[in-house]
Design a protein around this ligand. Structure first.
Ligand code: SF4
Ligand code: FES
Length: 338
């Protein structure tokens, strides 16, 4: 099995593993090593042929392999490059690589509006995180930005093409999860855009997953738009027995009080949906009584949502409820350590 070293951390991986997957394996092995994992805006492990579009995952290969130790002449997309035995990769330890990633971020933000204060994706937007971690203070772009009017693509999905970074994830969802894809990327170069055939509605049992995989606020849930900032909601894991055999019925309910504001798939530590859910679970089951609530959702991303120690507070509440009045309950810090 080939051995690869990323930011001075070594791992042995199965043949055919990409650099990005190897980095994630290191991150899963030890949380303290997560810095070796490059950001990924278009790769999605459960969608075949995703990756290779956005270039945010670029890394520097300073040694190609034991057999041929020459460095690769330019940064490579880690989601599309397979590891070789003895390969040495730099993600955060190379200043020129970080500079190149800053350039990629600047390109992604050329047309993307900074409308985070009114965007439903704010707080869980991968481009917001990328801009924060790798962006420049300002843009050098002086030309007119391209803009589009938001359009409805079906009853439940709104497309804000102005925010789209053309990562193709929604196209892969449509191709691989739904029957009869009716949307895709039309035109080429700087006039490329996501479009449906003559604004045809995207209506399919699994079309809502396009919203979950969109890394920015280009595809939003019309049933949730402007309902609340996500950080004011309380996400809980819940499940139901879904009649659709392809749907696991395992979701996250985003609650305000007892009101279900939205239903989404469960995302893992890399921001990817663990299992895709059907539109009935997502759009039609907006009442807690439809669901068995399991408990507070563990938010593994360093986003604004987890900034207020939501999970800890929920655990504290549950403990307070369970404990008899005279029994002292531990401080949140102590509970979190348990
Ligand atoms: S709409 Fe979203 S998921 Fe689709 S290509 Fe644009 S950014 Fe990617
Ligand atoms: S995640 Fe690799 S190119 Fe987009």
């Amino acid at each position: 099995m080939p051995k690869v070293t990323i930011d001075n951390v070594e791992i042995e991986v199965p043949e055919g593993t990409t650099i990005l997957q190897a980095a994630r394996m290191i991150g899963e092995r030890d949380k303290a090593d997560r810095h070796v994992v490059p950001p990924a805006m278009c790769y999605y492990s459960s969608l075949k042929t995703s990756g290779g579009y956005c270039r945010t995952c670029i890394v520097k290969v300073s040694q190609g392999s034991t057999k041929d130790p020459r460095p690769m002449p330019k940064p490579v997309a880690s989601c599309r490059t397979t590891v070789m035995d003895g390969m040495v990769v730099q993600n955060t330890t190379s200043p020129e690589l970080l500079d190149a990633r800053k350039g990629v971020t600047e390109f992604l933000l050329i047309n993307h509006p900074l409308d985070c204060p009114i965007c439903d994706q704010a707080g869980e937007c991968h481009l917001q995180d990328l801009g924060y971690e790798h962006g420049a203070e300002g843009s050098r772009y002086e030309f007119e930005r391209r803009t589009f009017d938001p359009i409805d693509i079906g009853d439940t999905i709104k497309l804000h093409m102005t925010r789209c970074i053309l990562c193709y994830r929604c196209v892969k969802v449509a191709e691989q999860l739904t029957d009869g894809r009716v949307h895709g990327v039309i035109n080429r170069g700087d006039v490329s855009e996501i479009s449906t055939y003559i604004q045809q509605a995207v209506e399919n049992d699994f079309s809502g997953n396009m919203i979950d995989v969109c890394p920015v606020g280009a595809l939003t849930d019309k049933t949730f738009r402007f309902a609340s900032r996500v950080w004011y909601t309380k996400p809980v894991d819940a499940h139901r027995t879904c009649e659709n055999s392809k749907c696991t019925g395992k979701v996250v309910l985003w609650l305000k009080g007892n009101e279900v504001l939205r239903v989404t798939g469960r995302k893992d530590q890399w921001g990817e949906v663990e299992s895709f859910i059907c539109n009935t679970c997502r759009f039609d089951k907006k009442d807690v009584k439809h669901w068995t609530v399991e408990g507070p959702r563990h938010l593994d991303r360093h986003s604004v949502i987890s900034a207020n120690h939501y999970e800890l507070q929920q655990k504290q509440k549950l403990l307070t409820k369970a404990a008899p009045e005279s029994t002292p309950v531990g401080r949140p810090k102590e509970i979190g350590q348990g």
